[in-house]
Design a protein around this ligand. Sequence first.
Ligand code: GDP
Ligand code: IMO
Ligand code: MG
Length: 423
Amino acid sequence: MAVDLLLGLQWGDEGKGKIVDVLTKNYDVIARFQGGPNAGHTLEFDGIKHVLHTIPSGIFHDNAINIVGNGVVIDPVIFKKELENLEPFDIDIKSKLLISRKAHLILPTHRLLDAASEAAKGKAKIGSTLKGIGPTYMDKTGRNGIRVGELELSSWKKTYRSLSNKHEKMIAFYDVDIEYDLGSLEAEFFEAVEYMKQLEFIDSEEYLHQVQKSGKSILAEGAQGSLLDIDFGTYPFVTSSNTTAAGACTGLGVPPNKIGEVFGIFKAYTTRVGSGPFPTELFDEDGETMGRVGNEFGATTGRSRRCGWLDLVALKYAVQVNGVTQLMMMKGDVLSGFEKLKVCTSYNYNGKKIEHLPYSILEENVTPLYKEFPGWEEDLTQLTSESELPENFMSYVSFLEKELEVPISIISVGPDRKQTIHR
Ligand code: GDP
Ligand code: IMO
Ligand code: MG
């Protein structure tokens, strides 16, 4: 059976966690393919809100096995906390959560290096989540990293020590004011590693191959969003992995010809957390309303998210790069009560009107050009079928479908599992 993918089309936080949870009933395996605890995936049901960072968002269902794939970077300390948060929910974690031996570990010094690198950049900082993501992927591609499988060897602490010593020299080299107590960070790290060893480590590419061969279904869960992709995002203000569809192939060992549906998730407007260009960003009351009504605060860092109108130029690019086959529009409910809505349909790029995403979308090169839409007053959060949705809302949806040339198969009208309209 084909492997379906689910990924974010903007700058992250589109609602991936919610939709993976909604779709899990249709799958035997949910496999996360990249990123690490920089992600914050929120799920809500039965009046409880859960935030997952490393654990796939299918974990609350009995029918599916969850896999942390080789493309993911794991911080054992955060992972342990996530597992502890799940304890009250009576989930058989040992049989339902498997970890790839080829996933890389985030060491305490990776986190410190992230902080040192950001401090050294000053105003030009990326706005990283400071979870050590960049330095860990740098060690992976630099062929210095420590993988989960290494924890099964008695020599791993020696490898750890030598890498950690090197990191300390690198931290000193940055020459920034960072205070740390490595002894206590390491004590916490080693304890978390022991805790993690209760789980089964697997050769996940082989496991997933056998799952496919036996006719079972797999949903690959992405983290971050396409505009944070290391190659196709707004570099250097991006994360350090391939968040786009191809990342699922390398992050799980799934061949491209086995990919089925590509579910692309987007918000009815745009948000971004951290630094970097954002052409449709709003600094007025409309932006403030989106942030307040949409509760736009980072699920990982608590930082307020920057808000703005939907950027169709960027969205088209993401649909194209990922080969999206079905779209899912989230948070349309947040736009209720706006008299007028705007969608950026092209850019003024150094005096020329363009409709594709150029190399640089810095403010000095790009001014967004908008199409206006009449808003709607109705509260959408209690609606359960397409026929109840206001006419102006449906005109907005139809316009986007026509422009993106991909059907919108799910309309989400609230954070809860139940606030989901399938079309
Ligand atoms: P993810 O990183 O893509 O999983 O998204 P986050 O969990 O970081 O951010 C999405 C936020 O929006 C979370 O707080 C969700 O509970 C919430 N959310 C998801 N879908 C909807 C929706 O349709 N309407 C509203 N109002 N909130 C939603
Ligand atoms: P989910 O999966 C939104 C952003 C950070 C920063 C940049 C680099 O919840 O959608 P990093 O820590 O990766 O070095 O940070 O990427 N970022 C996210 N923004 N949602 C995320 O994940 C993000 N993960 C990283 O804010 O701008
Ligand atoms: Mg998030």
